[in-house]
Design a protein around this ligand. Structure first.
Ligand code: CP
Length: 305
């Protein structure tokens, strides 16, 4: 069975092929073309051990628009709450013969572990600080929709790089396609060894944003931090919050992205988040098309279990 566990497992041809497939899915995801039942007769289980609004809802909509039977497991009311292990949960769900399980978990590597315990496809919907592959794909599709290309662009990723699976998957995807990236963060939010990664590193936001085509903001992930990450959110906003003054250092037509959920007034000025340079709601929309493309690619028609 085929899985999507991370961007690290994809080569550039596979990445571009998924983006092309997602682009072709946009009319279906918008329901302009009502019927595209390639997952008819298939069963999809969404298993989210961590909170989600965008990813869970869009995977559900994606599966349903492709005609799958979609089951959303409520982890809080499941037997996980009674102490059932990840392996036993996986074996139990596998016995119901799903075709795909979409998994989010707070532990890096948990999704790969689960994929070894089941005989269906598994999609990583975010595992700890490791990877969030469909987010990186939907980000690339959003950029390509707005800029009409990916090559030759400069993408600045700003904020909590250390704890961000979104940053990691985006750096892997953009790096695989030879797209210039920058990371911008205070020292304590940059991962160890970042200077050896194929990205430019900035601690000054204005320098990092200079002439960028794409400004990708990240959420401060307090849930992954051991102790206090920053002295104060006000201080953080002053140096690393995206406001009009700092955005003016990027190109005049630079787009502003954020994977959500946002901490308004911490990493981004609400006026910028809601302004005409923001493509944040487009990212959400592209999420449905990308997840349809991933499910469609992993589950060949007529191969139901
Ligand atoms: N971007 C993202 O993964 O959002 P959710 O946590 O709401 O799914």
């Amino acid at each position: 069975k085929r899985h999507l566990l991370g961007i690290a497992d994809l080569n550039p041809v596979e990445i571009l092929s998924l983006l092309d497939r997602a682009e072709a899915m946009i009319p279906v995801s918008r329901q302009e073309r009502k019927s595209y039942p390639t997952l008819s007769g298939k069963t999809q289980i969404n298993l989210f051990f961590e909170n989600s609004t965008r990813t869970q809802a869009s995977f559900e909509i994606a599966g349903k628009r492709l005609g799958a039977l979609v089951v959303n497991m409520s982890v809080r009311t499941s037997s996980v709450a009674k102490g059932e292990t990840l392996s036993d949960t996986a074996a139990t769900l596998n016995a119901m013969r799903p075709d795909v399980i979409v998994v989010r978990h707070s532990a890096s590597g948990a999704v790969e572990l689960l994929s070894q315990k089941v005989s269906c496809s598994v999609v990583n919907a975010g595992d700890g600080a490791h990877e969030h592959p469909t987010q990186a794909l939907l980000d690339a599709l959003t950029i390509r929709q707005h800029k009409k290309r990916l090559e030759g662009l400069t993408v600045a990723i700003c904020g909590d790089i250390t704890n961000s699976r979104v940053a990691r998957s985006n750096l892997l995807l953009l790096g695989a396609l030879n797209i210039r990236t920058r990371v911008i963060a205070p020292r304590n939010l940059l991962p160890a060894g970042v200077e050896h990664m194929a990205t430019e590193v900035f601690t000054d936001m204005r320098e990092g944003l200079r002439d960028a085509d794409v400004v990708m903001m990240l959420r401060l992930q307090h849930e992954r931090a051991n102790g206090l990450m920053i002295p104060s959110t006000r201080e953080y906003y002053r140096f690393y919050g995206l406001d009009a003054e700092k955005l003016a250092f990027a190109k005049p037509d630079a787009i502003v992205m954020h994977p959500g959920p946002m901490n308004r007034g911490v990493e981004i000025d609400p006026a910028i988040a809601d302004g005409n340079r923001s493509v944040i709601t487009d990212q959400v929309e592209m999420g449905v098309a990308v997840r349809m493309a991933v499910l469609d690619a992993l589950l060949p028609a007529g191969d139901a279990r």
